[in-house]
Design a protein around this ligand. Structure first.
Ligand SMILES: Cc1ncc(C[n+]2csc(CCOP(=O)(O)OP(=O)(O)O)c2C)c(N)n1
Ligand SMILES: [Mg+2]
Length: 556
C-alpha cells in the first residue's frame, strides 16, 4: 500500500476521538462524497447518527427498498462518472441490493456499499443473530473485486480510502465495506484528517503506441468500436475518427461518445457490415462482445484494444496490440504518434449507407415514432435511461445521442426493472438537466415503489411507462417461436396514472407520439417533483434481427 501523504498542518497531525461511524463519514466527505443513498436499520444506527451530525456536508437520501438505494447510487455514478455510496443492513438488506451491485460490477461503475454486520465476535458461529447470513464476507467477495471489514475506529478512514482507490484503479467498479453492529459505535483517537490515496496512472507503453499508430495509419478500412470505458474520452475519439475517417460503432454503453449527427457514428447493424469489411479495428473500453461472439474474426483483421483492465484484451482472442490504462491519455498519445497523412472524406459514402440502413430499420416504425417524439422534447444535454423493453431495444439502435453520459443502458446484465430507480439516482445527482426514464409495464413495477422516494425528496424525474399489458418481449417469443403457447407473460396492471397520483406525483396518459410530446413538455417544466406518463401500446415488431445477427467473418 502506498504511503499516505498529508499536508503538514497541526490539524492533520492531531488525533480526535471519533466513533467508527464518524470516522467513516469524515472519510467519505474527504473524498468529495456529498450524498449517501441508504435504508437504515439497527445494525447501522450509529452510522445514521453520524450522518445526522454531518448533514450540512453529506445528504442522506433514504429509499423504500434496498434495491432502490443501490440503484440510485448506480444511476448517480453513471450520470456523473464519480464514485457514489449506498448503505443497507446485512443479510436481507445486502441481498435486496445485490442485483444492483451485480449490474454495477458488469458496468464497471464506482459504487461503494457500506453493509452492516452482526456482532463482531458472533460472525461465523451461526447463532441466529438478526439478519445473520452464512459467510457474508464470502458472498460479497464473489460480487466485487475489493471488499473488507472495518474492525476498529482507526481502520475506518484508511479502508474507505483503499476502497475508493480500488474503485478507480485498473478495472474500475464497485467495492464493499462491512462493519459489525458493535463496531460502528466504538470510539478511539483517530487522525483528524482522513487520508485520500492517489490513483496512480498506468504507464503508457510507447512501443505499443508506435505499433498501434502505424497499424492505424496503414489501415485501409479502419473501424473504431467504443464501450462504456470511452465515455470520458469523447473529444479524443472524435479527433481520431476524423483523422482516420474511421466509423465509430457504439451500441449500449458507448452511445453518445461520438455524436449521432456525425455520419461516421454508427450502431449495431451498420457496425456489423463495417466489421465485415475492416482490416484494423480499434476497440476502446469495450469487451467487443457482439463482434467476437456473433460476427466472427479472421486473420485479415488486426484488433487493437485500449482497456483499463489488463486481463480484458486477451479474453476472447489475443489482439494485435493491447494498450492498458486510461483511454483518454492513451488516445492523446496515439493521436500525437499518428504519422501525418490525409484521407479522403467518407461523408458521402457513410451518409448513403446510413440512409440505406435506416430504411431497413423502418420495420420498427411504431418504436421510431415514439423515439422521435422523445428526441424532439428531451434537450440535447438531457439524460435518457434505458430499460429492457421494446422502446429501449429500439433506442439502443435508433435514438440519436449527442453527448457522453446522456444514454444510460444496463450493459450485459440487461437487468429488467433497473430503470426507474437508476434514473432517480441520475436525476438526483444531475438536478441541472432533465432525466427521462422509460419502462415497460413489466419492468416499471420492479422499482416503481421509489415514486415515494421521488416525491419525498422532490426529485423531478420523468418516466414514460409503455403499457402493452404483458412481458411483451417474452409473449412475442412465445407466440412466434413456441406455437402461441403463451405462459407467464400476460400482466394485470394498476391504473398507472392513478397509481402515480396516489404517491403525489403528476401523471397523465398519452395515446400517440403527438400526445407524448405535449406531455413531455409539461413534465420537463416541473422541477419540484416526479412525473409519470403512461402510453398504452399494442404489441411491437421484433427488433432482434438487428441485434442478434449472423457471422460476417471467419469460419461459417
Ligand atoms: C432481472 C430480469 N428478469 C427477467 C428478464 C427477462 N425479460 C426480458 S424482457 C422481459 C419482459 C419485459 O416486459 P416489459 O417491461 O413490460 O417490456 P415489454 O417487452 O413489454 O416492452 C423479461 C421478463 C430480464 N431481462 N431481467
Ligand atoms: Mg410490457
Amino acid at each position: 500500500m502506498s504511503k499516505v501523504k498529508q499536508p503538514k498542518t497541526p490539524a492533520a497531525d492531531a488525533a480526535v476521538r471519533m466513533t467508527t461511524a464518524e470516522a467513516t463519514v469524515q472519510a467519505l466527505i474527504a473524498h468529495g462524497i456529498d450524498t449517501i443513498y441508504a435504508l437504515p436499520g439497527v445494525h447501522n444506527d450509529p452510522l445514521f447518527d453520524a450522518l445526522f451530525q454531518a448533514a450540512a456536508r453529506i445528504r442522506t437520501i433514504h429509499t423504500r427498498h434496498e434495491q432502490g438505494a443501490a440503484y440510485l447510487a448506480l444511476g448517480a455514478a453513471l450520470a456523473t462518472g464519480k464514485p457514489q455510496v449506498y448503505s443497507v443492513v446485512p443479510g436481507p438488506g445486502l441481498l435486496n441490493s445485490a442485483a444492483a451491485l451485480l449490474t454495477a460490477y458488469g458496468m464497471n461503475a464506482p459504487v461503494l456499499a457500506l453493509i452492516g454486520q452482526i456482532p463482531q465476535s458472533a460472525i461465523g458461529r451461526g447463532l441466529g443473530h438478526l439478519h445473520e447470513i452464512r459467510d457474508q464476507a464470502g458472498i460479497i467477495a464473489r460480487l466485487v473485486d475489493f471488499s473488507a471489514r472495518i474492525r476498529a475506529p482507526t481502520q475506518a478512514a484508511p479502508l474507505v480510502a483503499r476502497a475508493l482507490r480500488a474503485m478507480r484503479m485498473g478495472r474500475p467498479g464497485p467495492a464493499v465495506l462491512e462493519c459489525a453492529i458493535d463496531v460502528w459505535g466504538r470510539s478511539a483517537p483517530v487522525p483528524a484528517a482522513a487520508p485520500v490515496l492517489p490513483v496512480p496512472e498506468a504507464p503508457i507503453d510507447e512501443e505499443e503506441i508506435g505499433n498501434a499508430a502505424k497499424r492505424l495509419a496503414d489501415a485501409k478500412r479502419p473501424l473504431i468500436v467504443v464501450g462504456g470505458g470511452a465515455q470520458d474520452a469523447a473529444a479524443e475519439v472524435a479527433d481520431l475518427s476524423r483523422l482516420l475517417q474511421a466509423p465509430v460503432l457504439a451500441y449500449r454503453r458507448g452511445r453518445g461518445v461520438l455524436d449521432s449527427r456525425d455520419p461516421l457514428s454508427v450502431t449495431l447493424p451498420l457496425g456489423r457490415e463495417l466489421w465485415g469489411e475492416a482490416d484494423v479495428v480499434l476497440g476502446i473500453g469495450t469487451r467487443l462482445f457482439y463482434s467476437y461472439a456473433q460476427w466472427g474474426i479472421d486473420a485479415e483483421l488486426a484488433v487493437i484494444r485500449i482497456d483499463a483492465d489488463p486481463d480484458e484484451p486477451e479474453r476472447f482472442a489475443r489482439p494485435a496490440v493491447a494498450l492498458i490504462g486510461d483511454a483518454k491519455s492513451i488516445l492523446r498519445r496515439l493521436i500525437d504518434a499518428l504519422p501525418a497523412h490525409h484521407r479522403p472524406s467518407r461523408r458521402a459514402e457513410m451518409e448513403e449507407r446510413q440512409a440505406k440502413m435506416r430504411r431497413r430499420l423502418e420495420k420498427l416504425a411504431p418504436q421510431i415514432a415514439f423515439l422521435d417524439a422523445i428526441r424532439a422534447e428531451l434537450p440535447e444535454e438531457g439524460i435518457f435511461v434505458d430499460e429492457v423493453t421494446q422502446i429501449g431495444f429500439a433506442a439502443r439502435l435508433l435514438l440519436p445521442v449527442y453527448r457522453p453520459r446522456t444514454f444510460i443502458s444496463p450493459g450485459y446484465q440487461d437487468n429488467l426493472g433497473w430503470g426507474y430507480a437508476t434514473a432517480l439516482g441520475a436525476q438526483h445527482a444531475r438536478p441541472d438537466v432533465p432525466v427521462l426514464s422509460i419502462a415497460g409495464d413489466g419492468g416499471f413495477l420492479f422499482t416503481s415503489n421509489e415514486l415515494a422516494t421521488a416525491v419525498h425528496h422532490r426529485i423531478p424525474l420523468t418516466v414514460i411507462v409503455f403499457n402493452d399489458g404483458a412481458f411483451g418481449n417474452v409473449r412475442r417469443t412465445q407466440e412466434e417461436q413456441f406455437g402461441n403457447r403463451v405462459i407467464a407473460s400476460d400482466l394485470t396492471n394498476p391504473d398507472f396514472v392513478r397509481y402515480a397520483q396516489s404517491f403525489g406525483a403528476e401523471a397523465e396518459r398519452a395515446r400517440s407520439p403527438l400526445e407524448l410530446r405535449a406531455a413531455l413538455q409539461r413534465a420537463f417544466k416541473r422541477r419540484d417533483g416526479p412525473s409519470l406518463i403512461e402510453v398504452p401500446v399494442p404489441q411491437m415488431p421484433s427488433p432482434w434481427e438487428f441485434i442478434h445477427m449472423p457471422r460476417v467473418r471467419g469460419a461459417r
